[in-house]
Design a protein. Structure first.
Length: 245
């Protein structure tokens, strides 16, 4: 076989092997495993998951993904609580979808007559093309995304959420849409710019340890490839751990 053809075949084989690694749903790559990533959902069972009412989901696994709609409670919850972490997952919305990814949900008890969502923070997922306080990538009702980087309904999206101390960073489909310092939210119902939000809390004091949840807000939304890197024992860029309250 001549050299050019051989090189072409090697390139094709290498590309196919790379695609195979990247396309393996609900599995860790060797690089992720070496880096300490954890697979939170295996695509086959609800091991490690429950509803926010601490019951099994009424909705079966579909398309090797979790669909929290009609699960039987406000959201599907991963049973372990996390502090500082990097979460990444793929999601697909249905038309007119309204859902979200909750984090640092410090208790599953309903407080003050509010739903359990008031106990955490939410990255909004909505079938819109705008970039407001309730659109995809927003820190719900607190911080707008810099842009709406979501794909149309029916297509898979990739999102990454990093929480470290008071800092929250969100990347949608490879585009950073926000980096927020919760320490600036030092007044109840008030954003740093003085405008009002719905929550009667100063998020500067919000507990940093809590559950991760996938919301049912009346629409089909599928989640898969749910992976987490625990940052709670890793040092920050300055070489010190963020202060805990």
């Amino acid at each position: 076989m001549n050299v050019p053809i051989c090189r072409c075949l090697l390139l094709v084989v290498s590309a196919l092997a790379s695609m195979a690694v990247q396309a393996a749903d609900n599995r860790l790559t060797p690089a992720e495993r070496d880096a300490g990533w954890k697979l939170l959902f295996d695509g086959k069972s609800f091991d490690g998951w429950m509803t926010s009412d601490s019951k099994p989901s009424r909705r079966p696994i579909e398309q090797s993904a979790i669909n929290p709609h009609r699960c039987g409670a406000y959201m599907m919850i991963h049973k372990q609580m996390w502090t500082d972490f990097r979460l990444k997952l793929d999601f697909k919305i249905s038309p007119k979808c309204n859902s979200g990814i909750f984090f640092r949900t410090w208790t599953l008890k309903k407080m003050g007559g509010n739903d359990v969502g008031f106990n955490g923070l939410e990255i909004a997922i909505d079938d819109t093309r705008t970039a407001g306080y309730h659109d995809t990538g927003a820190l719900y009702d607190l911080v707008k995304p810099t842009r709406n980087a979501m794909k149309p309904a029916g297509e898979w999206n990739h999102i990454e959420l990093t929480c470290r101390g008071q800092l929250v960073r969100v990347v949608v489909n490879g585009i950073e849409v926000q980096e927020t310092d919760l320490g600036r939210f030092d007044k109840k119902n008030t954003r740093p710019d003085g405008t009002r939000h719905k929550f009667p809390f100063a998020f500067k004091d919000h507990p940093r340890r809590g559950y991760i949840g996938l919301q049912d807000h009346g629409s089909d939304c599928w989640f898969k490839n749910i992976k987490l890197l625990d940052l709670s024992k890793k040092k920050t860029r300055t070489g010190t751990e963020p202060k805990r309250k």
